[in-house]
Design a protein around this ligand. Structure first.
Ligand code: SAM
Ligand code: DTB
Ligand code: SF4
Length: 325
C-alpha cells in the first residue's frame, strides 16, 4: 500500500524496541513462524559491464581486479542449480553483468534455455539481467521464470550520485515490463552508500508505491569493493539496518524480506536481530555473485542455534502468485 514519507518516518523513528515489537507482530501474522528461505545466487556472466554503478565489482569503468567470465551455458549452470537444491535452497537466482538483454540476441536465447531447464528442478527461479522490455519479460515468463530481480537501490535523488549510465526512471520502466508479464518482482536496495535516512525511506516509499507490491525485497549492505568510488565508505550501524528491515516488514507485510549482501560483516547477534525484526530469507552459499558470503556451515549453525528452519520445498508458505499454477 502507498505510504507517505511522513508516515514512514514516524514508523522508523519509534523507540527501537517498540518498532521491533510491532514488526514482529506483523511478521508472525503473515508468515510461518521460524522459517527462513534459502536462496542461492550464481553469476552466469561476470564482469565487463558497460554501466558505472559506483558500488559494483563488475563495472568495466573501475579497476576492481575481477576476472571476467563469459556467459555460462545451460549445461554448466544446471549442476550448480542441482547442488543448490540438494543443499536446501528453494530459490535459485542467476545474475548477469550487462546493461540489459534484447530478444533475438543469442545470449538471451541461452538465458531462456537455462531458465527453462532450471525451472524443471522445482525451485523458484529468479534472474537479474539488467534492463528489459515487454517482449523479453514475456518470453522469460513463458520459459518458467518465477521472479525478476531489478533493484531501485536507493532514493531517486541519491541514485544520480551513484550511477550515470542509466536513470532511476529506466529502472522503473524495466520493473513495469516485469509486472506486465505477470512475473513477480524482486526489488530492493543497498544501504551504506553515503545516503541519508530520508533517502532510505524515500526508497521504501517507492517500493510501497509499486503496483503490485514487490513480492521480494532484498536489503543489501554495501560490500565495499576496492577500485570503485564507494570503496572507502564506512559500514552502517546495525541498528539502522534493523530499523529499515522492521519498517519494511510493517509496510510490506507480505513480502519476503531478504537479508542480502554484507552479512559476512554482521555479527551473529546482529543477524539474529534482523531475522527477529522480520527478515525471512538469506542468500546461502559461500559466494554472492562475486563477493563473499558466510559459509554454508556457518549459516546452518546460525539457523540451528536460533531454532530457525530453512523453508521446506513445497511447504505451505504462499507461493508468489506469479508462479502459482
Ligand atoms: N546487472 C544487473 C542489475 O544491475 O540489475 C544485475 C546484477 S547487480 C550485481 C544486482 C544487485 O546487486 C544490484 O542492484 C545491487 O543491489 C546489488 N549489489 C551489487 N554490488 C553490490 C555491492 N558491492 N554491495 C551490495 N550490493 C550490491
Ligand atoms: C540482490 O539484491 N542482492 C544479490 C541479488 N540481488 C542478485 C546480489 C548481491 C551482490 C553483492 C555483490 C557481489 O557479489 O558482487
Ligand atoms: Fe552492471 Fe548491474 Fe553491476 Fe550496474 S549493478 S555495473 S548494471 S552488473
Amino acid at each position: 500500500m502507498k505510504q507517505t514519507l511522513e508516515t514512514l518516518e514516524k514508523i522508523y523513528h519509534r523507540p527501537l524496541f517498540d518498532l521491533i515489537q510491532e514488526s514482529r507482530r506483523i511478521f508472525l501474522e503473515f508468515w510461518p513462524k521460524n522459517e527462513v528461505q534459502l536462496c542461492t545466487l550464481l553469476s552466469v556472466k561476470t564482469g565487463g559491464c558497460s554501466e558505472d554503478c559506483g558500488y559494483c565489482a563488475q563495472s568495466a569503468h573501475y579497476n576492481t581486479g575481477l576476472q571476467k567470465e563469459s556467459l555460462m551455458s545451460t549445461a554448466e549452470v544446471l549442476p550448480v542449480a542441482e547442488r543448490a537444491r540438494a543443499n536446501g535452497s528453494t530459490r535459485f537466482c542467476m545474475g548477469a553483468a550487462w546493461k540489459g538483454v534484447r530478444d533475438g540476441d543469442p545470449k538471451f536465447e541461452t538465458m531462456i534455455e537455462t531458465v527453462r531447464e532450471v525451472s524443471k528442478l522445482g525451485m523458484e527461479v529468479c534472474v537479474t539481467l539488467g534492463q528489459l522490455g515487454d517482449i523479453e519479460a514475456r518470453k522469460l515468463k513463458e520459459a518458467g521464470l518465477t521472479a525478476y530481480n531489478h533493484n531501485i537501490d536507493t532514493s531517486p535523488e541519491h541514485y544520480k550520485k551513484i550511477v550515470s549510465t542509466h536513470t532511476f526512471e529506466d529502472r522503473l520502466n524495466t520493473i513495469g515490463s516485469v509486472q506486465r508479464a505477470g512475473l513477480s518482482v524482486c526489488c530492493g536496495g543497498i544501504i551504506g552508500m553515503g545516503e541519508n535516512e530520508t533517502d532510505r525511506l524515500s526508497m521504501l516509499e517507492v517500493l510501497c508505491s509499486l503496483d503490485p507490491e514487490p513480492e521480494s525485497v532484498p536489503i543489501n549492505c554495501l560490500t565495499p569493493i576496492e577500485g570503485t568510488p564507494l570503496a572507502k565508505t564506512p559500514p552502517i550501524d546495525i541498528f539502522e539496518l534493523v530499523r529499515l528491515i522492521a519498517t519494511s516488514r510493517i509496510v510490506l507485510p507480505k513480502a519476503k524480506i531478504r537479508l542480502s549482501a554484507g552479512r559476512d560483516r554482521l555479527s551473529r547477534e546482529g543477524q539474529a536481530l534482523c531475522l527477529f525484526a522480520g527478515a525471512n530469507s538469506i542468500f546461502y552459499g559461500d559466494k554472492l555473485l562475486t563477493a563473499t558470503n558466510p559459509g554454508v556451515d556457518e549459516d546452518r549453525t546460525l539457523l540451528e542455534s536460533l531454532g530457525l528452519t530453512p523453508q521446506a520445498p513445497y511447504s505451505d508458505v504462499p507461493v508468489p502468485s506469479a508462479c502459482a499454477s
